[in-house]
Design a protein around this ligand. Structure first.
Ligand SMILES: [Zn+2]
Length: 217
């Protein structure tokens, strides 16, 4: 049974390893399971909600687990920490569009997710890769106009340089709703030179908790 605090139960929890490296988003069930299994080394961020279990037959008291927005857990994936620097996140449209803030990188206009497409900057037909640094968010109109041409061939210009997100950036991009404390936490793992660093700092400065959620289906 759940006791609703300020947050709704759908709010995801940011899971990190014991060293504090961000690992993934988990839902309240997984968070409760980790607390219950004593896998949570420490927690930080803010209290999200409390989950109540059954009454104890010994003292009649009810078990209660308080779930925080960020939890550090034991037993992490060693392969991930070892390969973190070379990690290349999988490419999908949801995270790609979020990388580009739902802007068409050709006309600079912001669109709803359903009106956006994945453009291959160097077209696949000309040997371009389906990889983060060769793809851009594009509206249908710009993508149609560009067709099978490179931006140079089509005399079009990109308004931003496409980049491959690092691990922390990818976690941010995957988050459905990222709270200010979670954003701040992830920001510490994002290079200052990254365009996302500036964007997230801006969101935090404006006191925004919920990011771009209304652009997603
Ligand atoms: Zn466009």
């Amino acid at each position: 049974m759940l006791a609703g605090l300020a947050r709704d139960i759908s709010q995801q929890v940011l899971r990190t390893d014991v060293a504090g490296m961000p690992l993934e988003w988990i839902d309240y069930r997984e968070a409760v399971r980790l607390y219950h299994a004593e896998q949570v080394a420490y927690d930080c961020g803010t209290r999200l909600y409390s989950v109540f279990g059954g009454y104890s037959s010994i003292d009649g008291r009810r078990s209660r687990i308080d779930v925080n927005s960020i939890i550090a857990t034991h037993g992490t994936s060693k392969s991930l920490s070892r390969n973190r620097d070379e990690y290349t996140p999988p490419l999908n449209n949801r995270t790609l569009f979020k990388r580009d803030a739902n802007l068409c990188l050709y006309c600079g206009m912001r669109y709803m997710t359903r009106d956006l497409t994945r453009d291959h900057i160097t077209p696949v037909s000309q040997g371009g890769m389906d990889a983060w640094n060769n793809v851009a968010t594009a509206c249908r109109r710009c993508n149609n106009y560009k067709g099978g041409r490179t931006p140079e061939q089509a005399a079009m210009e990109l308004i931003a340089v496409p980049f491959t997100p690092n691990y922390a950036e990818y976690i941010y991009l995957k988050g459905r709703r990222v709270l200010a404390d979670q954003m701040k936490y992830l920001l510490a793992h994002i290079p200052r030179s990254s365009p996302l660093h500036a964007r997230l700092s801006g969101h935090l400065a404006n006191g925004e908790e919920i990011v771009e959620v209304h652009f997603h289906d």
